[in-house]
Structures are given as structure tokens and as C-alpha cells.
Design a protein around this ligand. Structure first.
Ligand code: 5GP
Ligand code: ZN
Length: 150
């Protein structure tokens, strides 16, 4: 537990939260600034700063809890879809540095849904750049170089 961490405070009960679910490893609660109706945060009870740091067991448990909550929210609230989002790093919009997954029910009815897509769908990237970046990643991951882009 980190003393300065608001989400550790929520797990410990020293910071109030609207709890949704809990098990030995994970805790889920309503986001205080919801992007849509029913926006939930799922966290490991054990403090990890972000996606790079979280141990595999905690990541697995949080992901499975998020799936369970996404299904329940879709059913209970009549959501038309769900986004599961993680922000890793301040430049990727992370503001609380205790790993969390956002589970954000989505609605055709925009009175319940304030999200907008943060990139432009259907805008093609440069093929050579995409192939080169993919090649660099597969190389550092030790994968067999496979692809061309068509
Ligand atoms: P991030 O920007 O790090 O991906 O998301 C942090 C989220 O935590 C934000 O959506 C923010 O509204 C939420 N949040 C920050 N402080 C609190 C708090 O004290 N209580 C609750 N319930 N949510 C919080
Ligand atoms: Zn923490």
C-alpha cells in the first residue's frame, strides 16, 4: 500500500467509494467522474503503478473481474456496448498511478454517454512506416518476421 495513493485509500476504506464488487485480489467501484452512466473502475488491491508494473496474477484477476462487470453492466443498464480502457503513463491520460481498468458502458442514447472516439477511424497510416514499426516490434519480441501490408 502506498500512503499517498487515493486508490489504496479506497481499498483500505479510508477514502469513501461506491463499491460494486470485491474478491481477494480485486476491488471495483464507481468512477467519481463518469464518462457514461455506470462507469466502473477495477483495481488490484495490491498497489501497482501501471500496466508495466502489475504482476501477471493481478492483471489476470483484474481483467476477469472487468469482463464480469462489463457483462453485468450491459445486462442491467441495457448498454449497447462497453469500452474497457487502461491509461499507462501521464502522456496516455493516466492521472491516478495505481493500475486500473475503466469499464465504461456505452449507449446510443447520448444523454447517458459523454465519450467521443479519440482518433479518426478510416484514416489510413503510411504503409511503409506501419510495416517498419511492426517489424521493429516483432524483432524485439523475438517473433519470426512475417508480414507485408496489402
Ligand atoms: P485515469 O485518468 O488515471 O485513467 O483514471 C483515473 C480515474 O479515477 C478518473 O476517471 C477519475 O474520475 C477517477 N477518480 C479519481 N479520484 C477518484 C476518487 O477519489 N474516487 C473515485 N471513485 N474515482 C476517482
Ligand atoms: Zn495504490
Amino acid at each position: 500500500m502506498s500512503n499517498q495513493c487515493v486508490f489504496c485509500g479506497i481499498v483500505a476504506g479510508s477514502v469513501p467509494s461506491v463499491k460494486v464488487a470485491e474478491d481477494d485480489t480485486t476491488y471495483a467501484f464507481m468512477d467519481i467522474n463518469p464518462g457514461s452512466d455506470g462507469h466502473v473502475l477495477v483495481i488490484p488491491k495490491q498497489h501497482s503503478k501501471d500496466l508495466f508494473e502489475i504482476p501477471a496474477d493481478d492483471l489476470t484477476a483484474v481483467t476477469l473481474a472487468a469482463q464480469r462487470i462489463a457483462k453485468a453492466a450491459a445486462r442491467e443498464f441495457g448498454a449497447d456496448g462497453v469500452n474497457v480502457l487502461n491509461c499507462c503513463g501521464a502522456d496516455a491520460w493516466q492521472t491516478v498511478f495505481h493500475f486500473h481498468l475503466h469499464v465504461i458502458p456505452r449507449y446510443v442514447d447520448k444523454t447517458k454517454d459523454r465519450l467521443v472516439l479519440p482518433w479518426q477511424p478510416g484514416t489510413p497510416g503510411d504503409k511503409d512506416t506501419t510495416a517498419a514499426l511492426g517489424g521493429r516490434l516483432s524483432a524485439v519480441l523475438g517473433e519470426r518476421l512475417a508480414t507485408t501490408m496489402d
